[in-house]
Design a protein around this ligand. Sequence first.
Ligand SMILES: CC1=C(/C=C/C(C)=C/C=C/C(C)=C/C=C/C=C(C)/C=C/C=C(C)/C=C/C2=C(C)C[C@@H](O)CC2(C)C)C(C)(C)CCC1
Ligand SMILES: [Fe+2]
Length: 536
Amino acid sequence: MLFCKTKLLFYIGNLPSWLQGTLLRNGPGIFSVGDTTYNHWFDGMALMHSFTFKDGEVIYRSRYLRGDTYKDNMAAKRIVVSEMGTMAYPDPGKNVISRVITFLNHTVPDFTDNCGNNFIRYGKDYYATSETNYIRKVDPVTLETQDKVDYMKYLAVNLVTSHPHYDKDGTAYNIGTSIAEKGKTKYTLFKVPDTTAGDKANASPALKNLEVICTVPCRSLLSPSYYHSFGMTDNYFIFIEQPFKLDILKMATAYMRGVNWASCLKFCPEENTLIHLIDRKTGKEVGIKYYTEAMIVYHHVNAFEEDGHVIFDVIAYDDPSLYNMFYLNVLKEQSKTSAMSVPKCKRFALPVQTDKGIDVGDDMVKLQYTTASAVKEKEGKLLCQPEVLCDGVELPRINYDFNGKKYRFVYMTCVAMSAVATKIMKLDTETKERTEWREENCWPSEPVFIPRPNGEGEDDGEIALHVINSNPGESGFILVLDAKSFKEVARAYVNAELHMDMHGYFIPMENYDGCLRSMRGRQLPQSECTLLFAGL
Ligand SMILES: CC1=C(/C=C/C(C)=C/C=C/C(C)=C/C=C/C=C(C)/C=C/C=C(C)/C=C/C2=C(C)C[C@@H](O)CC2(C)C)C(C)(C)CCC1
Ligand SMILES: [Fe+2]
């Protein structure tokens, strides 16, 4: 099935009139081509979908990302482009010697542009993204695939996160890894100013105006840390260099050896995790060295500054079992999934004041509301121990107006020993109170917070998500909850198969450059977009 056709089914409740804009969502969608199948769920070819809220109506669309990976695989009628968990060969009959020759002819193979993880905004443009050097511009209204953009044209980076941060002025911040470039492996933090206004208006891609903020040398040349996101406050970046690493020597030979790149990731539990705190103004690391025990973090929740501390919250694991759980053969055999380590929402507190006059063995955290500690050690390093705020949670979202600021509420999916979420939760980080939404045989996606314009308070807004429904005779639906009470406001059933995905990005109506306002008059491909609600 190459596109998703939907018909109006039915709708319960009333959508608030202020809810105007589009929730874009992205995730893997095609898992086999011809006789070939990917090994891992994250590898699947990207399927984007969107929910456009306008005047009390919702429009649902979905479209595959038609990038080079998609086109090459479809033309060959088999998977010919490698992904993290699947090494693909254009000619599978080749033996090791032929592979070596092919490899030497393409010392650096061209990497995938299957951007099925998230959406990024750079300037006025929206991009589908995974973590390679390629991102794909998409039309946020029609979900059409547009230009392929190569980060490498603007900055030497092999991997870049799919979770940038944004300032109020629209500047985007991101971090990437440059592997063995001029004999050095480093992490580079960069910013991309918004180009929608001023002299640089229409400068597309905005990446032309990319500026490097700073680089962090990797603690080892041939094994950079894998990371999936980072933290940002008003004055600092938080970058976690965890002992979950890419083994570059193994990677360089993976193609010849016939193994996937994921097998070249290694977790070293005997090593510690370095926490880099970088001053945004100077681009320099603060003078204090922070570390904690080995852990694996994919998602930062939020970070803020208070009373001479930087506090940051993350979802942390004790081992890499999450990735293993998403191998397609493991997903098919539910019994094998119980080996997953429990994701915990952990709070760290980093004192930034000088440690003069503080004795070795003393805890430098002076905050009443957290049990997180940072104990001074002999060489002046601080050993940080987190406070566990909550466990069994992933895919955290916040009111992004509070990003980098003191905040209270996180909205997350709840996971228990399985690769599918059974419920979603609102966590009050202050009182630790949890409010949940669940329904029998329903599998909710990542809950996205949408603020009410000029709203009062952090949780003044709605939560939007889609829910896969396996109740007999029922279909999946779009769900809108009141963020304050976590009670249902409205739902809209869709008679298309909704799919499990990764992340969403909400674009408020006013950021659409006017194109949505005239959407009704536009010719959209009927096969790929269908009106869900014709009116209330
Ligand atoms: C490595 C490397 C290379 C290759 C790089 C490639 C192909 C990278 C691709 C990276 C991708 C697609 C990364 C995706 C990462 C996704 C992550 C970490 C997702 C985490 C998902 C989580 C934690 C949660 C999942 C869940 C979901 C989705 C549904 C819920 O129901 C349940 C729950 C919460 C468990 C090059 C550039 C060739 C050369 C250089 C080195
Ligand atoms: Fe993510």
